[in-house]
Design a protein around this ligand. Structure first.
Ligand SMILES: *[C@@H]1O[C@H](CO)[C@@H](O)[C@H](O)[C@H]1NC(C)=O
Ligand SMILES: *[C@@H]1O[C@H](CO)[C@@H](O)[C@H](O)[C@H]1NC(C)=O
Ligand SMILES: *[C@@H]1O[C@H](CO)[C@@H](O)[C@H](O)[C@H]1NC(C)=O
Length: 798
């Protein structure tokens, strides 16, 4: 038949067979398709037939799976949901002679795992012609053969099944033979006796026809030689022999022995055996001993390949008369296949924050053996936060059982073991490496709860104060720590004008030189932040303690140094020894030892007359005043602090021993004598002598003015009234010793106002960072105020 015609007819037959039947039993699908469909032919629309949303096919990783490592006969197009053929499906090579040929396909969907069994019933197509084993059959028949004698002919074979198998035979018309076909037995029957003298030999054409559409046929030529005498054909002891054979039987294992007897004697009774028709695959698996009829194994018998064999055996006597028998060999299964573990899907790496119970992998286990040998148990090791959950058929889900923590375990080697139920059982294992992916779930943690830094004042800007360290066990940028200062204020200035932190190392530097007298300690907040997104952070407090350095000299508040004016004390002539005469008041902006003041008289007009309390600064008479004592007494007092090295200040104190205010007028001269040059004195004397009246007038004016300034003082033992104007508001003479405590040294500078040069003002550090209003608040007009107060209170007290 022409190739073109054949394929056209085949198409018709395909269409005829293409009756797609759909049976959804337990969610299973079944399609019936003809074999030999063109590659890419649509078998059916799985998505529609299962009711699966087309759009989810891709995301659910829909795919077809075949048991074992067979060829992929069909595939799925994800955009249409069609099941299509992807390879030639030849029913004959798939199923041989089996009356029904079913190809099992698994349709796998993930998330959740879903398995659908699709059965493809492969329908036979008449694509094989009947075939005789040989093209020529030689026969020798004696001319004496009787009418009605039968001569076996080996039947024709057809790889197709059913209607497509051999249905009938046609024998070429001839004078002597007719054909009888009876249950697989094809025989020539002698109808008219042979006459060797008339015809020595003849050729008969035998045609075998199948029932397919189109019909196919095969032919053989039977060459009959007519001999002189007659004979008997061999006869098998059984028409069908059955044997059972374990798979993997070694070569030379005897399967069965067939035997045929021939009634003839001599050469005519010698029977030889041979195989009849056999499929190409089976030809090398068995051998037959031509003399003994012993069938033995000669190749590898694999139950998984073929579970039963059917062979035709031919017995032939010396003259070429043959007869046939059938041998059916059933192969029994041996547990010779270990289970095979297939990893069908795996999420790797797994984020560490997956909830327990998340499916991370799908495993399929297959065993090619049958029955018990195919029953497989699957497990994984115990000490991992994963378990295998049996799913459908031989599918398992690998599921997390607990919280994962990459910082504890970043990788798991999961060993899956599968064991079948054969005896002995076979097992196999597969190791799956799973990594855990980082999630930014750990904030940086400081190594200490809080940090303290100690620095002595007058430090260099930029000097290191301390360093903070925070650790973050996360991976890469999720664990990279960056340090920064949290915004805040110290004394009203941004904290960044005090300290800075190195973002990478956490080292904290001073930005400015600190002054203990202004600031003894402060706190800053340092944040450690990782680089994740979103980032996590921790805060820590760093306390900076500034320690004192003796950098301030004692400050003498009383007696005040007021240019050329006089600060004098009146000492009554009647004062007894030990009377309190005056007091030196000094403060020191430092603290502790650095502010522990001691008072000493450095020089005095009369060294025996006055003494000073070392720590109180109180000036007392040492003895009773006598008339011989000079009226004017000068003391130079040094005030020292206890620092290392110590700093000091000195002041002069003028004491007038007098009961009479009038005498004080002379004091000015005395003072001027002391202070001014002699020339000035002479000048004054000259002036006095020139105009006494004018001088007297001036003296009166001067006297009045002096009296206004020098208020006569009432002296009591043990109590000295110090003018309150001399004391700054924040100072309090707490213990009566005259050592003043400053509650806030910085303010002391601002309010005493004794020397403008002593104003240590904060703006000098950071002029440009202070807000404008603050700068304004400390404007010189502010400083003027204390002076005014000073003046008015002084006048008012008079
Ligand atoms: C997992 O197996 C790999 C390769 O065999 C090995 O390098 C690794 O150290 C193993 N990991 C663990 C956590 O056992
Ligand atoms: C950091 O964590 C985030 C989630 O918090 C994650 O998406 C990212 O992959 C992680 N980075 C690294 C380098 O692991
Ligand atoms: C650290 O302080 C900043 C600013 O006050 C705040 O936003 C953040 O939440 C704090 N972080 C922690 C971990 O307390």
């Amino acid at each position: 038949m022409g190739n073109k015609g054949f394929s056209a007819l085949r198409l018709v037959s395909c269409l005829a067979f293409f009756i797609v039947t759909r049976n959804i039993v337990h969610g299973d699908l079944s399609y019936s398709i003809p074999e030999e469909m063109k590659r890419g032919s649509v078998i059916g629309n799985i998505a529609k037939d299962l009711g699966v949303d087309l759009r989810t096919l891709a995301s659910r990783k829909a795919r077809v799976d075949f048991e074992g490592t067979q060829n992929r006969y069909c595939d799925m197009t994800l955009n249409t949901g069609d099941l299509i053929t992807s390879e030639r499906i030849d029913r004959e090579s798939l199923c041989g002679k089996k009356p029904s040929c079913v190809l099992k396909v698994d349709l796998v969907l993930e998330n959740p795992l879903e398995l659908h069994r699709v059965s493809l019933h492969i329908q036979d197509v008449n694509d094989n012609s009947p075939k005789f084993k040989k093209n020529l059959i030689e026969m020798e028949i004696r001319e004496s053969a009787d009418k009605g004698n039968r001569f076996s002919i080996e039947e024709a074979h057809d790889a197709d099944i059913g209607q497509n198998y051999v249905q009938r035979y046609i024998l070429q018309k001839n004078d002597n033979f007719i054909l009888t076909v009876d249950s697989n037995k094809v025989e020539l029957v002698l109808e008219n006796t042979l006459d060797r003298e008339k015809q020595k030999e003849m050729n008969l054409l035998l045609t075998a026809l199948d029932g397919g559409s189109p019909q196919r046929s095969g032919t053989v030529v039977i060459h009959v030689t007519v001999l002189d005498a007659n004979d008997n054909a061999p006869v098998f002891s059984q028409a069908v022999y059955k044997a059972s054979l374990p798979e993997n039987s070694p070569p030379d294992t005897v399967v069965i022995t067939v035997s045929a007897t021939d009634a003839d004697e001599g050469i005519n009774g010698d029977v030889t055996y041979d195989f009849g028709h056999m499929s190409d695959d089976d030809v090398h698996l068995f051998s037959i001993d031509p003399k003994q009829g012993r069938i033995a194994v000669s190749g590898l018998i694999d139950f998984e390949e073929t579970s039963s064999f059917e062979m035709r055996i031919e017995a032939k006597d010396g003259l070429g008369l043959t007869s046939y028998a059938k041998v059916i060999v059933d192969v029994t299964d041996i547990n010779d296949n270990a289970p095979v573990i297939y990893l069908k899907s795996l999420t790797n790496p797994i984020p560490e924050n997956v909830t327990p119970g998340t499916e991370v992998g799908i495993i399929n286990v297959q065993d090619r053996d049958s029955e018990k040998n195919k029953q497989v148990h699957c497990s994984i090791q115990q000490n991992v936060p994963f378990k295998l959950v049996p799913s459908i058929k031989n599918y398992y889900s690998l599921v997390t059982t607990g919280q994962l923590d990459r910082e504890l375990v970043s990788e798991y080697n999961i060993t899956i073991s599968a064991t079948d139920e054969g005896s002995p059982p076979l097992s196999s294992s597969k190791t799956v490496q799973l990594s855990v992916a980082d999630i930014n779930d750990n904030p940086p943690v400081f190594e200490e709860q809080s940090y303290s830094a100690y620095v002595t004042e007058n430090n260099k800007p930029g000097s290191t104060l301390c360093s903070v360290t925070a650790r973050d066990p996360d991976w890469r940028q999720n664990g990279t720590v960056i340090y920064s200062l949290l915004p805040g204020e110290v004394n009203g200035a941004p904290v960044s004008s005090y300290v800075s932190v190195n973002g990478d190392t956490g080292v904290i530097h001073a930005v400015r030189s600190f002054d203990y007298e202004q600031l003894r300690s402060f706190k800053v907040q340092v944040m450690a932040r990782d680089n994740g997104s979103p980032p996590l952070s921790s805060n820590v407090t760093v306390s900076v303690f500034i320690s004192d350095v003796n950098d301030n000299s004692p400050q003498i508040l009383y007696p005040a140094l007021e240019g050329n004016s006089f600060m004098t004390e009146l000492v009554p002539k009647v004062a007894h020894g030990g009377s309190l005469v005056s007091k030196v008041i000094a403060v020191d902006a430092d603290s502790g030892q650095n502010a522990w003041l001691s008072y000493h008289i450095v020089t005095s007009t009369d060294s025996g007359l006055f003494t000073i309390g070392v720590h109180s600064g109180e000036i007392r008479t040492q003895r009773d005043i006598s008339e011989s004592d000079s009226m004017k007494q000068n003391l130079i007092v040094a005030v020292k602090d206890n620092g290392q090295p110590s700093l000091s200040a000195t002041c002069s104190m003028y004491l007038i021993i007098s009961d009479n205010l009038a005498e004080v007028t002379e004091l000015k001269d005395i003072a001027y004598d002391e202070k001014n040059s002699k020339l000035t004195s002479y000048l004054i004397i000259a002036l006095v002598s020139v105009s006494t009246f004018f001088l007297t007038f001036i003296i009166i004016i001067m006297g009045v003015r002096f009296c206004r300034r020098r208020k006569p003082r009432l002296l009591f033992d043990g109590a000295v009234a110090i003018p309150s104007a001399y004391l700054p508001p924040n100072y309090a003479d707490v213990d009566g010793t005259g050592t003043l405590r400053s509650t806030y040294n910085y303010d002391a500078y601002l309010t005493t106002g004794s020397r403008t040069s002593d104003f240590k003002f904060v703006t000098s550090y950071n002029d440009n960072t202070l807000p404008a209003d603050q700068t304004l608040r400390k404007s010189p007009s502010d400083f003027a105020d204390p002076f005014e107060d000073f003046e008015t209170s002084e006048v008012g007290a008079f």
